[in-house]
Ligand binder design. Structure first.
Ligand SMILES: *[C@@H]1O[C@H](CO)[C@@H](O)[C@H](O)[C@H]1NC(C)=O
Ligand SMILES: *[C@@H]1O[C@H](CO)[C@@H](O)[C@H](O)[C@H]1NC(C)=O
Length: 610
């Protein structure tokens, strides 16, 4: 089967030359190429085709590496993702840049540590929690979508964005996907949340509390100051007092409403391009809508080059699962949701096949961060399983939050059914797809990702990464050092979040472990692990157990100093001012504040037969 599949990848170059047959041998890095033509360098490498590939990137939300069959799960059924791995390369050291959505996605989109764009927070929360806040991916950041667009690709984002919406006015959409290189957008500007399913407890109200109250206090103070001055002739103290109480009362009500009562209407929304089409989201239809949009994007653009970024709402809470999969898995609602997402992956791959695009499409699948240990639905787990790795979503540098699945398929161009155990960052997708599209990365800024195509093709043995920095918000918690010559993979933790391995109370009743303050432990000397021998970070090394202890630390410290030299101060996108709800920025499909709509136009066409 391997051989016939490989033979079918035999292709003509643009000018009608043979490019060579490639015979990948499973589980070997080495790839032998049979050069049939006068192409002397076709041996040992996969030639980059003259024709640029389509790019399909699939990103799951909060999926744990241990939730997938091909990464060792034998009770959850993920046949489509497993098949994708068989047809391509499985990355076993695939590392997210942050352990939580917003900054991890920023790094993915920009190929840079999120601290470079101000997308890593100094305070909590570390992610956007309102659609009506002013922070977001700065307009001067260049996503891979923007570069591919310039190369003639039609670019689409279907699903979750979570990188902000507007800056100054409701419709400026400065952070919106369409302002960041996507020609088409359908999905949620924020995220899928518990409150998006009616009847579910609000997930963000807890996180919001602090922001809400500082907002109220700030405005009350402002009103108070204004009233102290003589405005509009209100000189009597009595009237000032009445006006003060009235204004504060209204503000209090609005704040309460926005923070506690209404976030389903204001934050669970679906947009098509610049228009809000569903407010609030109907959880029961959204899976089919996302899938239908992804498939129709492929169908619409099959004639030309396209980049499709499918950013699943799965498997984030509320783990809403349609009837097709509800109750079908052996792992409750969470397992049902994973199996449903796998089904969606299968449908998207089928659409690629149906249009005859399989050979000319670079397909990638990953997760933005590890599974959440804390999330529960009642008494059952509603967060992912991070296999042997310690910790989970939000937990700084622990492997569980950042060690994610990664699968790449590009028939005939990269080997089939092998694993690559070299460190590859999610940031690497940026220079890799930019290269495939024939563009070059911006020269006016630091790009932290590395083009990994040569590694994927077996042309080189090692990843270019030597050091990877593991931030928690804007705080550097840990560093990993890959010592290529010895194969050792050192990890040094300077700070770790305090957590308890037992599920629900993982972060001592916080929803997400904090990055600083009393929720973390500072280590001096730092904790050192050799991940190549101890991937679970169970046994910290000491100068007695590891003779190289001090040498390793001085190496990583030097690397940190060098890294810090490359950082420049930029506006903070997740500070309190940029994260609070600003009514004048609220995306709204009606007349604000009466925001509700339901674009039912094509819901009849949506069915499970997609
Ligand atoms: C498979 O995934 C489920 C759900 O996340 C988890 O509970 C289970 O432990 C996993 N099994 C294995 C063998 O990893
Ligand atoms: C984007 O603009 C900000 C604010 O003016 C600036 O600090 C930053 O360096 C710019 N980023 C890039 C990549 O040019």
């Amino acid at each position: 089967m391997e051989t016939s599949e490989s033979l079918s990848t035999f292709r003509w170059g643009k000018e009608g030359r043979w490019r060579g047959i490639c015979l990948p041998f499973p589980r070997l890095f080495t790839v032998t190429c049979l050069a049939l033509s006068g192409l002397p360098n076709a041996c040992g490498v996969f030639a980059i085709p003259d024709i640029k590939p389509n790019i399909v990137l699939m990103l799951a939300d909060d999926l744990g590496i241990g939730d997938i069959g091909c990464y060792g799960n034998n009770t959850i059924r993920t046949p489509n993702i497993d098949q994708l791995a068989k047809e391509g390369v499985k990355l076993t050291q695939h590392i997210a840049t942050a352990s939580i959505c917003t900054p991890s996605r920023t790094a993915f989109l920009t190929g840079r540590y999120p601290i470079r764009s101000g997308m890593s927070a100094r305070t909590e929360p570390r992610v956007f929690i309102r659609t009506g806040s002013s922070g977001g991916l700065p307009p001067n950041e260049t996503t891979f979508a923007k570069l591919l667009q310039q190369q003639g690709y039609t670019t689409g984002l279907i699903g979750k964005w979570h990188q902000g919406v507007s800056c100054k006015s409701r419709n400026d959409h400065c952070h919106h996907p369409l302002n960041h290189g996507f020609d088409y957008f359908y999905g949620t500007p924020l995220s899928f949340l518990n409150e998006c399913q009616s009847g579910k407890d609000s997930e963000i109200s807890q996180q919001l509390r602090a922001a809400c109250w500082s907002y109220t206090h700030l405005i009350s103070l402002l009103v108070f100051t204004l009233l102290l001055g003589n405005i509009s002739g209100m000189t009597s103290l009595k009237w000032k007092a009445i006006a003060f109480v009235a204004v504060c009362g209204i503000l209090f009500f609005i704040t309460w409403f926005s923070c506690y009562g209404f976030s389903r209407y204001w934050d669970c929304i679906l947009m098509k391009e610049h228009i809000v089409t569903e407010q609030p989201i109907k959880a029961e239809n959204v899976t089919f809508k996302i899938l239908k949009e992804a498939i129709s994007f492929i169908e619409r653009n099959k004639q030309g080059l396209f980049l499709l970024f499918v950013s699943f709402l799965h498997v984030h809470t509320p783990c809403y699962t349609t009837e097709l999969f509800n109750g079908k898995s052996r792992h409750g609602l969470y397992g049902d949701n994973v199996e449903e997402m796998d089904w969606m992956v299968g449908k998207i791959l089928t659409a690629i096949d149906k249009e005859g695009l399989r050979d000319n499409t670079f397909v990638y699948f990953t997760s933005d961060n590890g599974g959440s240990l804390e999330l529960r639905e009642g008494s059952t787990q509603c967060g992912g399983w991070n296999s042997i790795y310690k910790g989970g979503k939000g937990m700084g540098g622990w492997e569980g939050g950042i060690h994610v699945p990664g699968i790449v398929r590009w028939p005939g161009m990269i080997p089939v059914n092998i694993s690559i155990d070299e460190p590859i960052s999610l940031m690497d997708i940026y220079p890799t797809v930019v290269h495939l599209a024939g563009a070059s990365v911006p020269q006016d800024r630091v790009i932290d990702g590395k083009n990994q195509i040569a590694l994927l093709q077996g042309e080189v043995k090692h990843s270019e990464h030597e050091f990877l920095f593991h931030y928690c918000g804007a705080y550097l918690h840990a560093v990993r050092w890959y010592q290529k010559e010895s194969g050792a993979l050192w990890k040094v933790h300077y700070v770790t979040p305090k957590f308890h391995p037992e599920g629900a109370s993982a972060c001592y009743n916080r929803k997400i472990c904090p990055c600083f303050g009393d929720g973390v432990t500072h280590h001096n000397p730092p904790l050192l692990f050799d991940l190549s021998r101890d991937p679970s970070e169970a046994n910290p090394l000491s100068p007695t157990t590891e003779p190289l202890f001090n040498t390793i630390l001085s190496h990583t410290e030097r690397a940190i100093r060098e890294h810090k030299k490359t950082l420049t101060p930029v506006p903070e996108q997740l500070d309190i001012y940029n994260i609070i709800w600003k009514p004048w920025l609220q995306p709204c499909c009606g007349a604000f504040p009466f925001c509700w709509c339901d674009d039912e136009t094509d819901s009849n066409a949506i069915n499970i037969q997609i």
